[in-house]
Write a protein that binds this ligand. Structure first.
Ligand code: ASP
Length: 447
């Protein structure tokens, strides 16, 4: 029987100081399947502290303006040295620090600067665990245009890792074709973890952070929301799109492609099972009774409403309207339509400063009887694979919202029947979110 392979990624708060390193090492040693480890840079140790990545960006910006960086650089060095000292390690990064400082002064690039946060933390963690260190610059690759090169990375990374029983691979960066360093967007160590999981065909990708999983609703809006036990990639994508965050959005794609589940876990509370993110929830151990998996939403939308008599007979009407948006490089969010009306929900931010121009162009193109933009729209997505089978979900949503004295301005149900989206005035957003949460949270037993 072959041993399970788990790829474990630890976020910045999990590796912020020596005490956190000890917890991480204990978690890794607790399960021999935890063989490939992806660390972030040291994060905040307490509220108001700095993340090392932010310190590196700031320090590099000063270096690139020709300013003195001695004190700032020494502060970064101190963050790492205090970890090494407090772990009582016989290990030094002085050579690396000198090289990096020199590269800062030679303007080696902002991405290079930021990537050193993960690089140095990876070096310490590898030494502390007794694992080989694999530099992401030699195994994760970008294309000339800066996009991630999945094919080349997968070939080289999987060959390198298959020859290693275990390894530490720093997150967040890789190499461009000309060997310079490039990073993913902020929070990108999640993506590295997912790429590594795919490369070794892992049984599980564990993403260790400082929360015990993915919450059913935003805790800044709903008090003490329940943790989601099992969520599908599809549901997670819907919720992340509407503003829910735990994992970098792009981290889903490499493992989703390979059908590898992700387990969100808490480094500070490792006995909690966390949230499983799975390709589909048909497996018996993933079965749940929940109808709604999660609720997420965002403010800042507007509705463009067009009316025209006999719109339904006019072939190409919709295409011509959308062409105007495309010409301005604007994505639409939703398109709920009637016989003689068409509504387009847009991100208010996308039309800032150009709304008159867009209205004029739409008027010239399709000559509507009337056209209006209404601001102040918040969207709430109620997401759940359980909704496909359950009758009455929409009516429960509408009743809970109307009982909370909130008017629903827009409704859109995705054809997958896994989400219902409603639009409410921004001032009613929080009230509506809480009302929907309270209605469905009572279905779920697990807290
Ligand atoms: N250290 C990087 C950041 O702060 C990447 C990460 O932590 O995932 O964004």
């Amino acid at each position: 029987m072959t041993m399970d392979i788990k790829v474990v990624k630890f976020g910045g708060s999990s590796l912020a100081d020596a005490a956190q390193f000890k917890k991480v090492a204990a978690i890794i040693k607790d399960d021999p399947a935890r063989r490939y480890v992806v660390p972030s840079a040291p994060g905040k140790r307490f509220a108001g502290d700095d993340k090392v990545t932010d310190l590196l960006y700031r320090c590099y910006d000063h270096a690139s303006k020709g300013e003195d960086i001695d004190a700032e650089f020494a502060h970064i060095v101190e963050r790492y040295n205090s970890i090494i000292t407090d772990l009582e390690m016989d290990f030094s990064l002085e050579k690396e620090f000198a090289q990096i400082k020199n590269a800062f002064l030679c303007h080696a690039g902002r991405d290079y600067a930021a990537s050193r946060g993960e690089y140095l933390n990876g070096k310490i963690l590898a030494e502390y665990l007794g694992f080989p260190f694999l530099d992401a610059a030699n195994a994760i690759f970008f294309n000339e245009d800066g996009t991630f090169n999945a094919k080349l990375t997968n070939t080289i990374l999987s060959a390198k890792l298959r020859s290693l029983d275990c390894a530490v691979i720093p997150g967040f960066y890789g190499a461009m074709p000309n060997d310079t360093i490039r990073t993913f967007s902020r929070g990108g160590s999640d993506i590295t973890g997912s790429i590594v999981a795919r490369a070794v065909d892992a049984d599980l990708y564990e993403n260790w952070t400082d929360v015990s999983g993915f919450l059913m609703a935003d805790p800044r809006i709903v008090q003490n929301p329940q943790t989601i036990r099992v969520i599908t990639y599809h549901e997670l994508r819907e919720l992340s799109y509407m503003g829910a965050t735990v994992l970098h959005e792009d981290a889903i794609f490499p493992v989703r492609y390979a059908g590898i589940p992700i387990n969100i876990r808490n480094t500070n509370d490792p006995s909690v099972p966390g949230t499983m993110i799975v390709p589909d929830a048909k497996h018996p151990s993933y079965e749940t009774k929940e109808i709604v998996t999660g609720i997420a939403g965002k403010k800042g939308f507007c509705t463009v409403t067009l009316e025209k008599d006999r719109m339904n007979d006019e072939v190409g009407f919709g295409r011509r309207v959308l062409q105007v948006l495309e010409n301005h490089n604007i994505c639409f969010e939703h398109l709920p339509s009637g016989i003689d009306t068409m509504c387009i929900i847009l991100n208010t931010h996308d039309v800032d400063g150009i709304r008159d121009m867009i209205i004029n162009e739409i008027c010239q193109t399709v000559e509507p009887d009337s056209i209006a933009i209404d601001d102040d729209l918040a969207l709430i997505a109620v997401v759940g694979r359980g909704m496909v089978k359950a009758k009455g979900t929409a009516s429960r949503i509408f009743k809970s919202v109307s009982d909370a004295d909130v008017n629903i301005r827009m409704i859109d149900q995705g054809s997958s029947e896994q989400n219902i989206i409603i639009g409410v005035s921004e001032s009613c957003f929080e009230t509506a979110m809480c009302a929907i949460y309270d209605e469905f949270a009572k279905d779920n037993k697990i807290r």
